[in-house]
Design a protein around this ligand. Structure first.
Ligand SMILES: C[S@@+](CC[C@H](N)C(=O)[O-])C[C@H]1O[C@@H](n2cnc3c(N)ncnc32)[C@H](O)[C@@H]1O
Length: 311
């Protein structure tokens, strides 16, 4: 893989300022969480138990009336635009499983938003398991308090990247890994690539979802293409086993807040690409916050795509 390996160890010292409460329910969460819910529903289609590993779990659920959400009400232009929308059928197919959870949590108007652990907690079955890693001290306590009575869910205050190595393959041999770091470290993509390569080498059949911003489109493309190249050329993956989905709500070159983000999915459900392609035009238009909004869904990267990513 030619990606971004810096060799530098992750730096956690002064950092860990990121609080997802400022961003919960924004456009990036809409895409990430709807994809997560679709992948979990796909796992539920077979009776065999599975495991979900969430390496950067956050606090599990978010109060949209909290001071953080009030100071930064990004959710209003994400989940806020969708919760009561009349969804065309293809959009319902993409957003339905995730929106059902948000609606279930909010019978009397939207006040709360589910993080990735809550989406997993509400979709897994009795026999399935969830492993949550959260390194931030206070957040890991909040997370643990939320799930300590749920025997299906284990919470660890631990570096999710380091934990991942020892957590895969899970004994169920089926399941999903979500890697959703805060990108406070400028080498985050390198750490993600390293962790992912290690984990995929040990568990090539697991479904992996990685979130990354499009603040630096070149770096994101380099990460995606490097990963695809490594998987295809060195691990004999079929190109269809690598899918990426990105959404941007205004021109990616515009100044200010995050304009675009997306996910890369390894071993996606085979129907996921079509589900996303059918819904993303409506979603991009509905969530747009200016000119130059758009989306892309790429499955089955070709040799040409990989060449473009080099250099
Ligand atoms: C983007 S948020 C996670 C949001 C969550 N996945 C969701 O979708 O609801 C990233 C979280 O990772 C935590 N974090 C940062 N570095 C970490 C590490 N090395 N291992 C585990 N957690 C980490 C942060 O404290 C933060 O809560």
């Amino acid at each position: 893989m030619q990606v971004v390996a810096s060799g530098a160890a992750p730096r956690y010292s002064a950092a860990m300022n990121y609080r997802h409460a400022f961003h919960a329910g924004n456009f990036a969460d809409v895409l990430k969480h709807s994809v997560l819910a679709l992948c979990l529903e796909h796992l539920n289609a077979k009776p065999k138990p599975y495991r979900v590993i969430d390496t950067h779990a956050g606090i599990g659920g978010y109060d949209l009336a909290s001071s953080e959400a009030e100071r930064s009400p990004e959710w209003k232009d994400g989940i806020g635009r969708l919760i009561d929308a009349d969804l065309p059928e293809p959009v319902q197919a993409m957003l339905g499983p995730w929106l059902d959870i948000v609606r279930e949590m909010n019978p009397d108007g939207i006040k709360a938003y589910p993080g990735s652990p809550e989406i997993a907690a509400r979709l897994i079955r009795e026999e399935d398991r969830v492993h949550l890693c959260e390194l931030h001290e206070a957040d890991s306590v909040t997370l643990d308090n939320r799930y300590r009575r749920d025997a299906r869910i284990k919470v660890e205050r631990r570096d999710g990247y380091k934990a991942l190595k020892s957590l895969v393959p899970p004994k169920e041999k089926r399941g999903l890994v979500l890697i959703d770091p805060p990108f406070e470290d400028r080498d985050e993509l390198a750490h993600m690539a390293e962790a992912v390569m290690g984990a995929l080498a040990k568990w090539p059949t697991g479904t992996f979802i990685f979130w990354r911003s499009l603040k630096n489109l070149w770096a994101a493309d380099r990460f995606d293409n490097g990963l695809a190249e490594w998987l295809i050329s060195e691990k004999d993956f079929e190109p269809e086993k690598i899918l990426r989905a990105d959404l941007w709500i205004r021109d990616l070159a515009s100044e200010g807040k995050l304009a675009g983000a997306g996910v890369v999915i390894i071993n996606p459900p085979f129907t996921l690409e079509e589900t996303l392609v059918n819904a993303m035009p409506w979603l991009a238009e509905t969530l747009a916050q200016g000119n130059g909004y758009g989306w892309r869904v790429d499955g089955g990267l070709t040799e040409d795509d990989l060449d473009e990513g080099e250099g």
